[in-house]
Ligand binder design. Sequence first.
Ligand code: HGY
Ligand code: MN
Ligand code: MN
Ligand code: MN
Length: 384
Amino acid sequence: MWRELLPVGRHGTTGGYRRHAWTAADADCRAWFEEQARRRGLTYEVDRNGNQWAWWGDPAAGGAVVTGSHLDSVPDGGAYDGPLGVISAFAALDALRARGVTGGRPLAIGNFSDEEGARFGVACVGSRLMTGVLDPGQARELKDDHGVTLGTAMERAGHDPDAIGRDDDRLARVAAFVELHVEQGRNLGDAQVGVASSIWPHGRWRFDFQGQANHAGTTRLEDRHDPMLAFAAAVLKARGQAERAGALATFGKVSVEPNGTNAIPSRVTAWLDSRAPDAATLDMLVKEITHESRATVTRESYTPLVEFDGRLRDHLVGLLGGVPVLPTGAGHDAGILASALPTAMLFVRNPTGASHCPDEHAEEADCLAGVAALAHVLEDLLRE
Ligand code: HGY
Ligand code: MN
Ligand code: MN
Ligand code: MN
């Protein structure tokens, strides 16, 4: 069924996806979500933060079980990270109805807005706003690479940016959240489905390397203030320190000013994504990378270690007959919602572990096993 989604939002340049928040591709995905909800007779709504909801049962009753994920992607991302969780939610609902399950608690399927943070730089914007961990005023002022603010982008997409903020009323109506997601590290081995134990602490830091623009053909080497050298040194240091710490550090995005082939840059701005098994290791790693980097460093987002609700986790493992339990280095909306309500994650095997790239893949049989597992878990959780 997610193959229906594949063509949606294929605005990539190298065959990947660019389903970024509040763009035409995002609008395509959101229209797809609404259509899936309406064709099933579900109550469709968009909350104050732009998250989409499809309700089976009374949205106002309380005690709801929520499942779903996100539809946006990183630049040139894959087709499964996010969409698999949303599509599997609709497929699991179809399976429950087919076997005559009438629910008990309300069930909601969610598409959480701007999970990847690809356009405005902060991940999980929709779920962070909903749980109050992202300040609405700051969120509105987040800018994309063209200087367009999140507030303006939301407004252009027909959404009121002044409405965004913590949604206590909605959170109070939810009893549990379960997110199904493609596994992103080839860690399931020969198991088709697994359960998440935790999410590594991780964050994003902006490094501003200041230099002095000058002529590439006439400025002697000893007279240069070339920020590219400081940037290159930081990249190599990040790799070395991460290896020593048993952690991860990535400079995946960089911008150079004035970005001319024959001009020494005046400034290099680079973004570090770093992750580690525990906060102390992460903090030490970033401190080492920052130390003597000659950059002005700004922390742009940070997610502390998330330990999923042990009781719910063990209950799911029992329901699924003892599937593997594993941590992940990838951030998820479930990691944000876990601060506000009982939350769990199901992982579906990814044979190569490739993710955040066009090669991301999951076998049909594994995806269907994920749907069956999610349906089994939901049927149990929906019982009063
Ligand atoms: O970056 C992440 O880990 C997530 O995919 N947003
Ligand atoms: Mn992702
Ligand atoms: Mn994801
Ligand atoms: Mn994620």
